[in-house]
Design a protein around this ligand. Structure first.
Ligand SMILES: Nc1ncnc2c1ncn2[C@@H]1O[C@H](COP(=O)(O)OP(=O)(O)O)[C@@H](O)[C@H]1O
Ligand SMILES: [Mg+2]
Length: 464
């Protein structure tokens, strides 16, 4: 019963019921007033007609021994179900007029005197029902003798609106049935995808990110929610994959140098490496592997700190030209060895207030990748230019290029195609670029090469 599937129709039906009840009350009120007015008008007409009839008869009967029109009242009573009374001075003495008698005190004397018709309610002594009544004065030569009264039981009117109420109730029941069916159908349609989503959410909460997701069919809020939900599970799955990948990569990366170090340490300890040259080589390996480990641990920490926004930047005047020359030269030897056409074009000489070590780290990362992916005999260019307040440093290579579907992925941690790679280089570079107030962009054509571009604001104001 807590389900929306029941609550929506319930709320809807309660609404319909309340609205119908209000409408019914109003309708009955209106109907009551209307029938009352109509009945009174009818009574007035009847009273007037009869009074005129008796008046005429009274005038005529002055000569004809006062004979009352005894036929009129009973016939009318029978035909209309009304009661007909006479109140006042007996105009047809000694003879039965066939009229019921009513005390004159029930009527408003002054109104009668002025010849006006009047309506009122009363309860005749022989019943306990209330009657509506209309009284019309009977006058002879300007003198009022009394009044003719036509009365109708009020219950008769009540019966009429009871009939109306019954009909309305039937209409309401039919309407409720139809509306209920419709709203039930609609609420099912509405809640079905929500139910499917909540089941999928249960699965996801239990850690099964590959749970089957409902298709977003509609363009409404639920459709939107479904789409975002799918996107979210996609990202969760991706982040889980990355986390697993991270553990695998990190443990692998850590273990490889550790195994090497341990092997060499053992060899040294057990005296397997006798001559000085072998010992020297072992120590060199140990040193290099230790460096690698330090770098890896440093990278992982860097990235973690950057993602948590917990790291500090130095600020100093940096001559970019000198910095880039330094970066350029550190790969010169490798370029010569592998026959790579390696050029540096420094088209500007800007001085920036920035963290030189971080800029160098980014550029070295980019050059490192370029050298890793460019085949022997290829080409790599390092360029520096400045325009419109933006400093641009680009590293272009003639490597295999990066496909469109990989262009965002390679900036995520641990995404690596390189056998020895950690997949941390580019994400760190991008995070650093952002921290320095700049950005890291990529243009690439599969089969032709890639061009990474670091853009930094020339003014220190752009810095975060
Ligand atoms: N210059 C490039 N040419 C082609 N692919 C590249 C280039 N630079 C980066 N990549 C791709 O991006 C991935 C991520 O690079 P990076 O974050 O530096 O990690 P790693 O170098 O450890 O693999 C690489 O594994 C490679 O697939
Ligand atoms: Mg790299």
């Amino acid at each position: 019963m807590r389900s929306l599937r029941y609550r929506i129709p319930a709320v809807f039906l309660v609404g319909v019921l309340v609205a119908s009840a209000v409408a019914a009350v109003l309708a009955v009120r209106l109907f009551q007033d209307y029938t009352r007015d109509r009945t009174l008008a009818e009574l007035r007409r009847q009273a007037q007609g009869l009074a005129e009839l008796y008046q005429e008869q009274a005038i005529r009967s002055v000569d004809e021994a006062r004979r009352a029109p005894g036929f009129a009242a009973p016939i009318l009573e029978q035909a209309t179900g009304s009661r007909i009374y006479y109140a006042g001075v007996e105009i047809f003495p000694g003879e039965k007029s066939g009229l019921r008698q009513l005390p004159l005190s029930l009527l408003d004397q002054s109104q009668l005197e002025s010849g006006q018709v009047q309506t009122f309610e009363f309860t005749p002594p022989d019943t306990d029902r209330t009657y509506f009544a209309a009284a019309y004065p009977i006058t002879l030569n300007g003198d009022t003798f009394g009044a003719l009264v036509v009365a109708k039981p009020r219950a008769e009117l009540q019966e009429r609106w009871v009939v109306l109420l019954k009909r309305m109730a039937i209409a309401l029941l039919v309407g409720l049935g139809v509306a209920g069916g419709l709203v039930w159908y609609l609420s099912r349609r509405l809640t079905k995808p929500v139910l499917a989503l909540s089941r999928a959410a249960d699965e996801v909460a239990a850690g099964r990110y590959d749970a089957e997701l409902p298709q977003a069919r509609s363009k409404d809020e639920i459709g939107h929610l479904t789409e975002r939900f799918a996107e979210m599970t996609g990202k969760l799955a991706e982040s889980q994959r990355r986390e697993r990948n991270f553990l695998m990569v990190v443990s692998h990366e850590l273990r490889t140098p550790l195994t090497a170090i341990r092997g060499h340490v053992e060899a040294l300890r057990e005296g397997i490496a006798q001559d000085e040259e072998t010992q020297e080589a072992s120590l060199r390996v140990i040193g290099a592997e230790t460096d690698r480990l330090t770098r890896l641990v440093g990278d992982v920490l860097d990235l973690a700190r950057m993602e948590a926004h917990q790291f500090t930047l130095e600020e100093e005047e940096v001559e970019l030209r000198r910095l880039l020359e330094q970066a350029y030269e550190s790969f010169g030897e490798e370029a010569r060895r592998r026959g790579i056409e390696y050029e540096c074009s420094l088209g500007a000489d800007p001085v920036l207030d920035t963290d030189g070590d971080r800029v160098l780290q980014i550029v070295s990362n980019l050059l490192d990748n370029a050298f890793a992916w460019t085949p022997d005999g290829g080409r790599i260019d390092l360029d520096l230019s400045a325009s419109n307040g933006t400093i641009s440093i680009s590293v272009a290579d003639s490597g295999p290029g990066i496909g469109p579907e990989e262009r965002e992925r390679i900036f995520r941690p641990f995404w690596s195609r390189a056998g020895e790679g950690t997949g941390l280089g580019l994400p760190i570079a991008r995070q650093l670029a952002h921290a320095l107030g700049g950005e890291l962009m990529l243009e690439s054509q599969l089969g032709k090469g890639s061009r990474f571009e670091l853009r930094l604001p020339a003014s220190p104001a752009g810095r975060r």
